[in-house]
Design a protein around this ligand. Structure first.
Ligand SMILES: NC(=O)c1ccc[n+]([C@@H]2O[C@H](COP(=O)([O-])OP(=O)(O)OC[C@H]3O[C@@H](n4cnc5c(N)ncnc54)[C@H](O)[C@@H]3O)[C@@H](O)[C@H]2O)c1
Length: 332
């Protein structure tokens, strides 16, 4: 049972949700929370918050030398998102590849004296897919990314697979769907609009949809593979408890369950929950870079393998997700 858990990117959206979820679901957990922006520690768990820039090679080692000792599980969640990586190629490589390698090396060195290799759970993305793809993605579909973000996630996946094959770590690579609806401020992700076209109008604010030019645009029928934050956090926690021998012998990669939603379905859910006045707050400004990246991502997956490992899926489509967000906003 995991007791000492390191989360990198713990100051970010998923990292902070995960820290809180682990604090309530794992008894006597000890959390080491690391981020370049100081992470907040949950009040109901033993936690150490560390401000660190993981692109500096020696910084990774400090995360294994706290009073909590060597963690048995690492969630590697820090990163630069899709549009950020596309617009700043060198910086994206530094954060999404170089710093992950530094962390892997540190986990290899510090974990070598432990009874079992450290579990290394990595947040990858469906952006590793692109180019000519089958109608339905299966575990054997080859990933050929068409953007800097997907390429850097795939590069890190290769390191994690090889480190696992050698027994240096016990890797679990999760290709996450796009998370909707992400609370908080807009992210530097190409897919961020999938959240902001719901979240901002429900707050009474205007939001720009970068796909299509009006509510009648055929581009709104573009499909995206999405999952709710709640389901994704549950799946991140499930990932640490799957026995290593349940993964396919040649790869630690799993795409997480999600569901297919079109932008139009999202806007319909927005109108149902927030009314026409909320829908009218969505403005359109077609962005060719965003459109190219979103179009390169697949939206249909065969879920047999992830479900067989015990991962879970959202039910009911977009409407319950938007209803829950509205309820949360009313209570915050
Ligand atoms: N949210 C999604 O829809 C989604 C989808 C697929 C994959 N992912 C992946 O999941 C992970 C978490 O996503 P998120 O939505 O919480 O992102 P986020 O941007 O909210 O959090 C990422 C965190 O990483 C930190 N970070 C960046 N550079 C760092 C560095 N050099 N050293 C230390 N910390 C650094 C940032 O400060 C930030 O707090 C990311 O790796 C992302 O690529 C997210």
């Amino acid at each position: 049972m995991s007791k000492t858990i390191l989360i990198t990117g713990a100051g970010g959206y998923l990292g902070s949700l995960l820290a809180n979820a682990l604090a309530t679901s794992v008894s006597e957990v000890r959390l080491i929370l690391a981020d370049v922006t100081p992470p907040a520690a949950p009040s109901n768990a033993q936690a150490i918050a560390i401000k660190t820039d993981l692109t500096i090679p020696k910084e990774a080692h400090t995360l294994f030398q706290t009073e909590f000792g060597v963690p048995d599980t690492i969630y590697c969640l820090h990163g630069i998102m899709s549009r950020g990586s596309e617009d700043n190629f060198d910086f994206g490589l530094k954060v999404n590849v170089d710093s992950v390698r530094f962390l892997l090396q540190a986990a290899r060195e510090h974990g070598s004296r432990a009874t079992a290799p450290i579990k290394f759970i990595f947040a990858s993305s469906l952006a590793v897919y692109g180019g000519s793809l089958p109608e339905i993605i299966t575990p054997s579909t080859i990933a050929t990314p068409q953007g800097a973000y997907g390429m850097s996630k795939l590069a890190s996946e290769l390191f994690i697979n090889e480190f696992s094959r050698r027994g240096f770590i016990d890797g679990r690579i999760l290709r996450l769907p796009t998370i909707v609806v992400r609370a908080g401020a807009p992210a530097a992700a190409t897919s961020a609009f999938m959240s902001s076209i719901i979240r901002e109008p429900l707050r009474g604010l205007e939001s720009v949809c970068p796909i299509g030019n009006s509510l009648d645009s055929p581009e709104l029928d573009l499909s995206v593979w999405v999952a709710s934050p709640e389901t994704t956090i549950k799946n991140l926690i499930i990932a640490k408890d799957i026995p290593a021998d349940r993964f396919a012998s040649h790869s630690r990669v799993v795409y997480l369950p999600g569901f297919t939603a079109t932008i139009r379905e999202e806007l319909e859910a927005l109108e149902t929950v927030g009314g026409k006045e909320a829908l009218d707050l969505v403005k359109f400004k077609d962005d060719p870079v965003d459109r190219r990246l979103v179009l390169s991502w697949p939206a249909h997956f065969d879920l047999s393998y992830p479900l067989s490992l015990g991962f879970i899926q959202d039910v009911g489509g977009m409407l319950p997700i938007v209803q829950k967000l509205k309820k949360d906003m009313e209570h915050s």
